[in-house]
Design a binder for this molecule. Sequence first.
Ligand code: ZN
Length: 261
Amino acid sequence: MIIDVHAHVWSLDEVDRLRREAREAGVEKVVVMDWPGIAGLRYPALEEVMPRGFDGMFFGVSLSVRRFEEGLERMERFLEDRRVVCIKLYPGYEPFYPNERRMYRVYELAQRFDVPVLFHSGETWEEVPSARLKYSRAIYIDEVAVSFPKVNFIIAHLSYPDFHSALEVIEKNSNVHGDISDLFAYWGWKYAKKHFEWVRGEVEKIIYALDGERILFGTDWPLEGITMKDYVALTKTLNIEEEDREKLLHKNALKIFKRLR
Ligand SMILES: [Zn+2]
Protein backbone atom coordinates (compact mmCIF):
# COMPACT_ATOMS: atom_id res chain seq x y z
CA MET A 1 0.00 0.00 0.00
CA ILE A 2 1.10 3.56 -0.64
CA ILE A 3 -0.18 6.60 1.27
CA ASP A 4 0.60 10.12 0.06
CA VAL A 5 0.31 12.25 3.21
CA HIS A 6 0.86 15.58 1.47
CA ALA A 7 -0.79 16.80 -1.75
CA HIS A 8 -2.65 19.89 -2.95
CA VAL A 9 -5.19 20.78 -5.59
CA TRP A 10 -4.61 24.26 -6.97
CA SER A 11 -7.79 24.25 -9.06
CA LEU A 12 -10.96 22.17 -8.83
CA ASP A 13 -10.26 20.72 -12.29
CA GLU A 14 -7.24 19.00 -10.78
CA VAL A 15 -9.36 16.70 -8.60
CA ASP A 16 -10.07 14.33 -11.51
CA ARG A 17 -6.43 14.31 -12.54
CA LEU A 18 -5.42 13.57 -8.95
CA ARG A 19 -7.79 10.60 -8.81
CA ARG A 20 -6.35 9.27 -12.08
CA GLU A 21 -2.70 9.84 -11.18
CA ALA A 22 -3.11 8.32 -7.72
CA ARG A 23 -4.65 5.20 -9.22
CA GLU A 24 -1.89 4.91 -11.84
CA ALA A 25 0.76 5.36 -9.13
CA GLY A 26 -0.77 2.71 -6.86
CA VAL A 27 -1.48 5.36 -4.20
CA GLU A 28 -4.54 4.18 -2.29
CA LYS A 29 -4.89 7.12 0.06
CA VAL A 30 -3.98 10.75 -0.52
CA VAL A 31 -4.26 13.67 1.91
CA VAL A 32 -5.06 16.99 0.23
CA MET A 33 -4.20 20.16 2.08
CA ASP A 34 -6.46 23.13 2.71
CA TRP A 35 -5.53 26.65 1.57
CA PRO A 36 -7.98 29.09 3.20
CA GLY A 37 -6.55 32.35 1.87
CA ILE A 38 -3.02 31.47 3.04
CA ALA A 39 -0.48 34.21 2.13
CA GLY A 40 -3.37 36.13 0.55
CA LEU A 41 -3.46 33.75 -2.45
CA ARG A 42 -6.72 32.39 -3.85
CA TYR A 43 -6.69 28.63 -4.16
CA PRO A 44 -9.48 26.16 -3.43
CA ALA A 45 -10.20 25.66 0.27
CA LEU A 46 -11.79 22.56 1.81
CA GLU A 47 -15.29 24.00 1.40
CA GLU A 48 -14.83 23.73 -2.36
CA VAL A 49 -12.64 20.64 -2.58
CA MET A 50 -14.35 18.23 -0.17
CA PRO A 51 -17.66 17.97 -2.05
CA ARG A 52 -15.68 16.69 -5.05
CA GLY A 53 -13.73 14.16 -2.95
CA PHE A 54 -13.33 10.58 -4.16
CA ASP A 55 -12.78 7.29 -2.36
CA GLY A 56 -9.30 7.38 -0.84
CA MET A 57 -9.14 11.19 -0.76
CA PHE A 58 -8.61 12.69 2.70
CA PHE A 59 -7.96 16.22 3.90
CA GLY A 60 -5.79 18.41 6.11
CA VAL A 61 -7.48 21.53 7.54
CA SER A 62 -5.59 24.81 7.89
CA LEU A 63 -6.11 28.41 8.98
CA SER A 64 -4.73 31.79 8.08
CA VAL A 65 -3.32 33.58 11.14
CA ARG A 66 -4.67 36.80 9.62
CA ARG A 67 -8.14 35.55 10.61
CA PHE A 68 -7.13 33.44 13.57
CA GLU A 69 -10.31 33.25 15.70
CA GLU A 70 -12.58 32.56 12.77
CA GLY A 71 -10.04 30.05 11.44
CA LEU A 72 -9.90 28.19 14.73
CA GLU A 73 -13.69 27.78 14.84
CA ARG A 74 -13.72 26.60 11.25
CA MET A 75 -10.91 24.13 11.99
CA GLU A 76 -12.85 22.64 14.88
CA ARG A 77 -15.93 22.21 12.67
CA PHE A 78 -13.94 20.44 9.96
CA LEU A 79 -12.25 18.13 12.46
CA GLU A 80 -15.67 16.65 13.31
CA ASP A 81 -15.56 15.06 9.84
CA ARG A 82 -13.47 11.84 9.86
CA ARG A 83 -12.20 12.52 6.32
CA VAL A 84 -10.21 15.40 7.82
CA VAL A 85 -7.16 13.53 9.06
CA CYS A 86 -4.64 16.22 10.05
CA ILE A 87 -3.97 19.92 10.54
CA LYS A 88 -1.65 21.73 8.11
CA LEU A 89 0.08 24.99 9.04
CA TYR A 90 2.16 27.28 6.84
CA PRO A 91 4.80 29.13 8.89
CA GLY A 92 6.93 31.12 6.45
CA TYR A 93 4.06 31.67 4.04
CA GLU A 94 2.24 33.13 7.01
CA PRO A 95 3.83 35.39 9.62
CA PHE A 96 4.03 33.22 12.74
CA TYR A 97 6.47 30.96 14.56
CA PRO A 98 5.17 27.47 15.41
CA ASN A 99 6.06 28.03 19.09
CA GLU A 100 4.03 31.24 19.53
CA ARG A 101 1.60 30.88 22.42
CA ARG A 102 -1.50 31.66 20.34
CA MET A 103 -0.70 28.64 18.16
CA TYR A 104 -0.98 26.39 21.21
CA ARG A 105 -4.76 26.56 20.79
CA VAL A 106 -4.32 24.78 17.46
CA TYR A 107 -2.23 22.02 19.10
CA GLU A 108 -4.89 21.65 21.82
CA LEU A 109 -7.39 20.94 19.05
CA ALA A 110 -4.98 18.42 17.51
CA GLN A 111 -4.70 16.68 20.87
CA ARG A 112 -8.45 16.65 21.42
CA PHE A 113 -9.18 15.16 17.97
CA ASP A 114 -6.04 12.96 17.97
CA VAL A 115 -4.74 14.17 14.59
CA PRO A 116 -1.16 15.06 13.60
CA VAL A 117 -0.04 18.61 12.78
CA LEU A 118 1.96 19.08 9.59
CA PHE A 119 4.13 22.19 9.22
CA HIS A 120 5.44 23.64 6.02
CA SER A 121 9.19 23.96 6.64
CA GLY A 122 12.30 25.27 4.93
CA GLU A 123 12.31 27.09 1.63
CA THR A 124 9.18 28.79 0.34
CA TRP A 125 7.83 29.10 -3.17
CA GLU A 126 9.04 32.16 -5.09
CA GLU A 127 5.43 32.93 -6.05
CA VAL A 128 4.94 34.22 -2.51
CA PRO A 129 7.36 37.16 -2.20
CA SER A 130 5.87 38.09 1.19
CA ALA A 131 7.08 34.80 2.72
CA ARG A 132 9.74 34.95 5.48
CA LEU A 133 12.15 32.05 5.96
CA LYS A 134 12.76 32.94 9.60
CA TYR A 135 9.34 31.45 10.47
CA SER A 136 9.79 28.16 8.61
CA ARG A 137 12.87 26.89 10.45
CA ALA A 138 12.56 23.38 11.90
CA ILE A 139 14.05 24.41 15.25
CA TYR A 140 10.81 26.14 16.40
CA ILE A 141 9.00 22.81 16.23
CA ASP A 142 11.21 21.44 19.03
CA GLU A 143 9.56 23.54 21.75
CA VAL A 144 6.10 22.68 20.47
CA ALA A 145 6.93 18.97 20.49
CA VAL A 146 8.12 19.23 24.11
CA SER A 147 5.02 21.16 25.18
CA PHE A 148 2.63 18.70 23.50
CA PRO A 149 4.15 15.23 23.95
CA LYS A 150 0.88 13.51 23.00
CA VAL A 151 0.59 15.30 19.63
CA ASN A 152 2.48 14.12 16.56
CA PHE A 153 4.13 16.81 14.43
CA ILE A 154 5.41 16.49 10.88
CA ILE A 155 8.20 18.58 9.34
CA ALA A 156 7.13 18.75 5.69
CA HIS A 157 9.86 18.65 3.02
CA LEU A 158 12.41 17.82 5.78
CA SER A 159 13.06 21.57 5.92
CA TYR A 160 14.68 21.58 2.44
CA PRO A 161 17.54 22.45 2.01
CA ASP A 162 18.32 22.45 5.76
CA PHE A 163 18.10 18.67 6.23
CA HIS A 164 20.37 18.67 9.27
CA SER A 165 18.04 20.87 11.30
CA ALA A 166 15.08 18.67 10.41
CA LEU A 167 16.96 15.54 11.44
CA GLU A 168 18.08 17.17 14.69
CA VAL A 169 14.49 17.93 15.74
CA ILE A 170 13.07 14.59 14.55
CA GLU A 171 15.82 12.50 16.14
CA LYS A 172 15.49 14.27 19.48
CA ASN A 173 11.67 14.14 19.76
CA SER A 174 9.82 10.84 19.38
CA ASN A 175 6.62 12.73 18.45
CA VAL A 176 8.23 14.54 15.50
CA HIS A 177 8.25 13.08 12.00
CA GLY A 178 9.25 14.23 8.52
CA ASP A 179 7.77 13.94 5.04
CA ILE A 180 9.66 13.68 1.74
CA SER A 181 7.11 15.70 -0.25
CA ASP A 182 8.34 17.95 -3.06
CA LEU A 183 11.96 16.81 -2.62
CA PHE A 184 12.14 14.77 -5.84
CA ALA A 185 9.92 17.05 -7.91
CA TYR A 186 12.35 19.24 -9.82
CA TRP A 187 13.23 18.08 -13.32
CA GLY A 188 13.96 19.56 -16.71
CA TRP A 189 17.06 21.63 -16.10
CA LYS A 190 20.75 21.07 -16.61
CA TYR A 191 21.62 19.80 -13.12
CA ALA A 192 18.31 18.13 -12.31
CA LYS A 193 19.77 14.65 -12.04
CA LYS A 194 22.72 15.84 -9.92
CA HIS A 195 20.30 17.70 -7.67
CA PHE A 196 18.10 14.62 -7.33
CA GLU A 197 21.11 12.50 -6.42
CA TRP A 198 22.14 14.93 -3.69
CA VAL A 199 18.66 15.11 -2.19
CA ARG A 200 18.16 11.34 -2.41
CA GLY A 201 21.47 10.84 -0.58
CA GLU A 202 20.33 13.20 2.20
CA VAL A 203 17.00 11.38 2.54
CA GLU A 204 18.81 8.03 2.72
CA LYS A 205 21.08 9.31 5.51
CA ILE A 206 18.07 10.58 7.47
CA ILE A 207 16.32 7.21 7.08
CA TYR A 208 19.48 5.43 8.30
CA ALA A 209 19.78 7.75 11.31
CA LEU A 210 16.14 7.14 12.26
CA ASP A 211 16.35 3.38 11.65
CA GLY A 212 13.49 3.69 9.15
CA GLU A 213 11.04 5.20 11.62
CA ARG A 214 9.09 8.47 11.43
CA ILE A 215 9.70 9.34 7.78
CA LEU A 216 6.56 9.56 5.65
CA PHE A 217 5.88 9.45 1.94
CA GLY A 218 4.33 12.57 0.40
CA THR A 219 4.52 14.23 -3.00
CA ASP A 220 3.26 17.82 -2.68
CA TRP A 221 1.35 16.96 -5.91
CA PRO A 222 0.62 18.52 -8.49
CA LEU A 223 4.19 18.08 -9.65
CA GLU A 224 5.77 20.01 -12.49
CA GLY A 225 6.75 17.85 -15.45
CA ILE A 226 6.46 14.51 -13.63
CA THR A 227 3.51 12.39 -12.51
CA MET A 228 2.72 10.86 -9.16
CA LYS A 229 3.76 7.52 -10.63
CA ASP A 230 7.18 9.01 -11.47
CA TYR A 231 7.47 10.34 -7.90
CA VAL A 232 6.76 6.88 -6.51
CA ALA A 233 9.33 5.38 -8.91
CA LEU A 234 11.97 7.93 -7.82
CA THR A 235 11.20 7.15 -4.17
CA LYS A 236 11.67 3.45 -4.85
CA THR A 237 15.25 4.13 -6.00
CA LEU A 238 16.21 4.99 -2.39
CA ASN A 239 18.95 2.64 -1.25
CA ILE A 240 17.14 1.31 1.82
CA GLU A 241 15.95 -2.08 3.00
CA GLU A 242 12.58 -3.40 1.90
CA GLU A 243 11.12 -3.20 5.43
CA ASP A 244 12.06 0.48 5.63
CA ARG A 245 10.54 1.11 2.19
CA GLU A 246 7.27 -0.29 3.51
CA LYS A 247 7.51 1.95 6.57
CA LEU A 248 8.18 4.98 4.40
CA LEU A 249 5.39 4.25 1.93
CA HIS A 250 2.62 3.60 4.44
CA LYS A 251 3.42 1.95 7.79
CA ASN A 252 4.87 5.03 9.48
CA ALA A 253 1.90 7.11 8.32
CA LEU A 254 -0.66 4.66 9.71
CA LYS A 255 0.95 4.92 13.16
CA ILE A 256 0.08 8.61 13.49
CA PHE A 257 -2.79 9.20 11.04
CA LYS A 258 -5.36 7.27 13.05
CA ARG A 259 -8.16 8.32 10.72
CA LEU A 260 -6.45 6.67 7.76
CA ARG A 261 -6.60 3.22 9.35
ZN1 ZN B 1 2.53 21.42 0.54
